[in-house]
Design a protein around this ligand. Sequence first.
Ligand code: B12
Ligand code: SF4
Length: 472
Amino acid sequence: MKENVLLVYAPMDEYYFIEGVNDSPPLGLVVLQNYVTQKLGLQTKVDVIDGEYYCLTEILELIENGHYDLVGVQSMMASYNNTLAILKKAKELDITTVMGGHHATQLAERIITNRSSLVDFIIAGDGEEAFAALIKGERLENIPNLVYLHPKTKEIVRNKNKNVPIDDGMIDFFADKLLAQYKRKTRKNQLERGEELSSFRSYSHKGCSNRLNSQYCFFCGRADRGVRFKTPEVYIKELQHLASIPTTKYVFEIGDDFLQSQEWLARVCELKAKNMPANAIHLKIFARANRITSEVIDYLKRLDIDEVAIGFESGSEKILRRINKNALPADNLRAAELLYANGIDTIASFVLGLPGEDKKSLTETYEQAQRVAELSYKHLGKAPQEVIANLIEVNPGSPAYRKLEKAMPDKYLRADHLDVREVQDDYFSVLFNLISKDELESFRRELSKWGKQINKLGQYTYPAGWRREDLI
Ligand code: B12
Ligand code: SF4
């Protein structure tokens, strides 16, 4: 039985570090902690550390002095160098190591092959049961979702996949000293926190119905399987819990398709009306344009939803048809108009550098973003809170990444250590046939120029000194 466990959301590598983006405990790790200590009641101490608030040096010190017997890391492509450093420190102290989350799930076999001296286990998919089983020291072959090197044959073993009942993943943000770290300054100590943690995340469901199709969004790297909703009863309990945290101003509901089932929404509204006062908590959600209808607007209002984030992705019809988004520019604008007309802010997010991107499509995208801003002025009398444009990030598991694996198999078919910018450069070179460095740089400059223009359209009430347009 493991007695002292550390779970780390790895800090982003120095090159990619962005200040002030994340403002809430990492849900995936909180759920694991809650499952082991509260649901199962195991006598194991599980610390959760958020790499937005602890730098690498501090995390390495924690491991050095913490007497841990299991260290788990959630990594991303942009935090992989730090992830490897954390695992190396754990291994120097002979601590068992495990990785999990979308990125590790997508690359499980490659990581186990290439990093066998640093990583003992990967939990591919839902982590709750497998994490608890590792703590309890169960037989490896019986642990669902576990990927590891067989101790005798040295072959990679991938145990059977199992989705954990989603209602088991309850959230208790009061657990242990979880929230104490958010009283710290953020990593680079550039921003003074003017207030205690004011935004929390909830997840009403896992998975995305679009991902069930064989043709899903071109840039999507998510790794969970199937679509599973919490029961309305459990979800409302979670919202009540979040509303009871005195500093909470709003909840960011991170499920990708919150408006998927009207029956579910109707029951959540009913329970909320019975159990929570109006305005007890405000929500931001993600939604698909095609689900924003007049019936749905009523649910949004009853649930105190103030902001809806929609992946517009592009203003070009040609591009939207190519990336399998299942929505066209006109659908996106119609959704934004309906939301604004009902007093709800729309966060329009765009991805630049999608297949077929050219001057015409970039102009169309910028014009689409301007239209969103105009609608916001027309109905709310202000700029939209956020308009987001990012250069495409080519994540493992996405169709975009598969194009790279096909075009450059020697480089990408077996790699686990990926550099965000290099992968992006290779993707641009392959998709847009850019041969020289100059061509690549000028393509990037063009995308960035449009991205900056788009990002300027939002009002961004973020801390002083934080400028969204500097990010692109
Ligand atoms: C919230 C969120 C964020 C937050 C991070 C919050 C946080 N601290 O956790 C912010 C805004 C900072 C963020 C940033 C980014 N994100 Co993000 N994010 C999400 C989002 C919307 C929800 C994640 C979540 O909380 N899920 C709910 C929890 C309960 O599920 P879970 O995290 O999957 O955890 C379960 C299992 O995965 C597993 N598990 C997870 N971690 C671990 C660790 C261990 C040790 C173990 C054993 C198990 C385990 O157990 C958990 C319980 O079952 C997902 C999409 C989605 N809807 O899931 C994208 C997603 C994870 N993000 C993604 C990406 C690409 C990014 C960015 C790179 C985007 C960017 N360009 O900036 C950055 C990278 C940040 C970094 N540090 O490197 C991709 C990842 C794709 C991939 N193949 O890696 C996703 C899947 C979106 C997508 N559709 O592609 N993100
Ligand atoms: S990017 Fe597309 S496929 Fe992926 S979660 Fe969002 S809507 Fe679903």
